[in-house]
Ligand binder design. Structure first.
Ligand code: SF4
Length: 226
């Protein structure tokens, strides 16, 4: 095999959608775009949600889910190499999942907590990330962490809507909670990964995103010499 690319589940959402060139440069040339400031409050809220739901029954996530409980959080997954007969390159998935539920029928659900308004578009957008975790769990490399079968994928969206004073010096930000189930389709995910490899296998990086401020800044700097 000529090359085996490491894919991070989160890069299959924002980075892939924002700019194939930056995606290519990161994975093939190990040239990373500078990190943008990510408000730490979202990391804090995400951590609090994980702590709150850990070991609670699955009905706390959604009454539509089968009986079970929130069983795992923040674990590394590492997939076997994914290859296609028509390519001489491959890829593998490596990342940390948010949360996994264990159902009493022996199957599992991979879910992600999002501090956001629930939107239909989130289903297709985050589907790749959830499928990547599910694929790595069901097709692990060696003795990497493994769970199967993964029967369910979904997003638990919390949208802050009101603030209440629960006691003196203590305000509670309250939000509406919505469950968005993401249909699982491993074949479609593999077709998507084949498309990702077709970009990564190219001799030259794809075109830049013309709306990106980073690249425009780089070009201006080159032109002006600043
Ligand atoms: S346009 Fe340039 S800086 Fe912006 S995302 Fe693409 S390659 Fe990266």
């Amino acid at each position: 095999m000529n090359a085996v690319y490491k894919l991070s589940p989160s890069d299959l959402t924002f980075l892939w959608d924002e700019c194939k060139r930056c995606f290519y440069l990161k994975i093939v040339r190990n040239f990373n775009r500078p990190p943008v400031a990510f408000p730490s409050i979202f990391t804090r809220i995400d951590g609090l949600m994980k702590e709150f739901f850990y070991q609670l029954p699955s009905e706390e996530i959604s009454p539509l889910l089968p009986p079970g409980n929130v069983a795992y959080a923040n674990k590394w997954v590492n997939s076997e190499i994914i290859s296609f007969t028509h390519r001489n390159t491959g890829c593998f998935i490596r990342g940390i999942f948010d949360t996994v539920l264990a159902f009493s029928d022996g199957s599992y659900a991979v879910i992600d907590f999002k501090t956001t308004q629930p939107k239909k578009e989130h289903i297709a957008f985050y589907s790749r990330q959830l499928h990547a975790y599910a694929y790595a769990l069901e097709h692990p490399k060696g003795d990497s962490f493994s769970l199967k079968p993964i029967s369910t994928l979904g997003l638990l969206c919390v949208e802050p809507v009101t603030m209440n004073r629960s006691q003196e010096n203590n305000l509670a930000l309250q939000g509406e909670v919505s469950w968005l189930e993401v249909p699982k389709d491993e074949s479609e995910f593999l077709i998507f990964l084949d498309g990702v490899l077709s970009v990564l296998d190219s001799e030259v990086p794809p075109a830049k995103n013309p709306d990106c401020g980073f690249c425009n800044y780089r070009e201006n700097a080159r032109e002006t010499g600043y």
